[in-house]
Design a protein around this ligand. Structure first.
Ligand code: FEO
Length: 389
């Protein structure tokens, strides 16, 4: 993809990574991603906002082929998918100064080969004149590291947001338009990357809503030309509201836990509660993370292996704890062969989840009549709790 004009003096200069399928060796990217850099040319100064993943530095080299000078390079976020090509840019433009937040300075020096005298920090609210254009830097911490900031260009009514409000999606269109799938991709991105910082993001949203802009230009995914769509979606995701939704991530080894899960799914459905089940040996963990954005309740289903939960359950539970969803209720169900410490071990894995534990239903061997009675009681309790929300 070549440089693309957004308006006079503002161009997209990024790289589209159509084939990437995993981020951080963990997060599935079913739709690829992009690393968006933006060139802003004022009447006096020229700025590049963010760079691209170092694996795609050759794309950035082509994008900048006919750009003769860059006065300032802005790093909105120090993670390498945006900062990794900074050394190339500073080397090509010897007069360029790297601008970043105060917390970013050390991170950039630790992660990249940059001379400290090339860096200048900017304060929250500081402005930079490019002649006929102005940039204003606004600190928005924890989207997604502590040092992150966004950049506002008031003359063109554009807000550059790096990870914040972004989506992992590779596409040839520059703008999101009205495509609802972009919001779906942004929800996956929020769930996997941003959800642990939900409360801080509430403040960041308030801060950026004080600005007037027509475009939100993140450093992943398309530019939002209807910004209210992504802003209102974020308002909803970061709110304290939960849905009448139960998630059941589970594994079954010999069928007993699966039988219990299926019974409970039907019991909840009969009671008007929506359920999503996730078989953990095959599920896309991104889908599970997305469901955690809204769900009121999580029920973990596990057999017992070597006295504890199945390793796949262990891993998913650890991830759910790290993502800190706003889920309110939890329960554990499953079967065991001769003895189990699964409940104690799972409980120890979720200190971050401020949940009301509604109970456990465990059975030795196959589920029996009394097991189903307990599952019905659990379904009643969940229905009653959800009706209170
Ligand atoms: Fe897109 Fe946190 O990096």
């Amino acid at each position: 993809m070549k440089p693309r004009r957004i308006c006079d003096g503002v161009h997209w200069m990024g790289a589209v990574d159509w084939n990437r399928r995993l981020f951080d060796s963990l997060i599935p990217l079913p739709d690829g991603t992009s690393y968006n850099a933006y060139l802003v040319q004022g009447s006096e100064k020229t700025v590049l906002i963010d760079t691209v993943d170092p694996d795609m530095v050759d794309v950035l080299k082509h994008q900048l082929e006919h750009v003769e000078k860059i006065d300032y390079l802005i790093s909105q976020h120090s993670e390498q998918d945006h900062s990794g090509s900074i050394p190339f840019v500073l080397n090509k433009y010897k007069q360029a100064t790297l601008l970043c937040s105060t917390k970013a300075r050390d991170l950039l020096l630790e992660h990249l080969d940059i001379s400290p005298d090339r860096i200048k920090t900017v304060d929250d609210g500081e402005t930079l004149s490019l002649g006929n254009k102005t940039l204003k830097f606004i600190y928005t911490p924890w989207v997604h590291w502590p040092e992150t900031m966004v950049t506002y260009l008031p003359e063109d009514r554009i807000l550059f947001t790096c990870d914040f409000l972004g989506s992992h999606i590779a596409m040839s269109d520059l703008y999101a338009g009205d495509d609802p799938y972009i919001i779906e991709a942004a929800k996956r991105y929020y769930a996997e990357i941003m959800m642990p910082f939900r409360k801080i993001i509430q403040n960041n949203l308030k801060k950026i809503r004080e600005l007037d802009f027509d475009l939100v230009a993140p450093s992943h995914g398309p530019i939002y030309d209807h910004p209210e769509k992504i802003l209102s979606a974020y308002d909803n995701w970061v709110s304290d509201k939960v849905s009448n939704l139960v998630l059941i991530p589970y594994i079954s080894m010999h069928g007993s836990t699966e039988t219990m899960v299926n019974y409970l799914v039907a019991a909840l459905a009969e009671r008007g509660v929506t359920v999503q089940k996730f078989e953990l040996s095959t599920t896309d963990i991104g889908k599970l993370a997305m469901a955690l954005v809204d769900a009121a309740t999580v029920i973990i289903g596990t057999p017992t292996v070597h006295t504890g939960p199945h390793p796949s359950v262990f891993s998913a539970t650890h991830l759910a704890n790290a993502l800190r969803p706003k889920v309110k209720y939890a329960a554990i169900i499953g079967s065991y062969g001769w003895g189990t410490k699964a409940v104690e071990q799972i409980s120890g894995l979720i200190p971050n989840l401020k949940v009301d534990v509604l109970g456990t239903v465990l059975c030795k061997g196959h589920p029996k009549e009394e097991t189903f009675v307990e599952l019905d009681a659990l379904a009643d309790l969940i229905r009653d709790k959800h009706q209170l929300n």
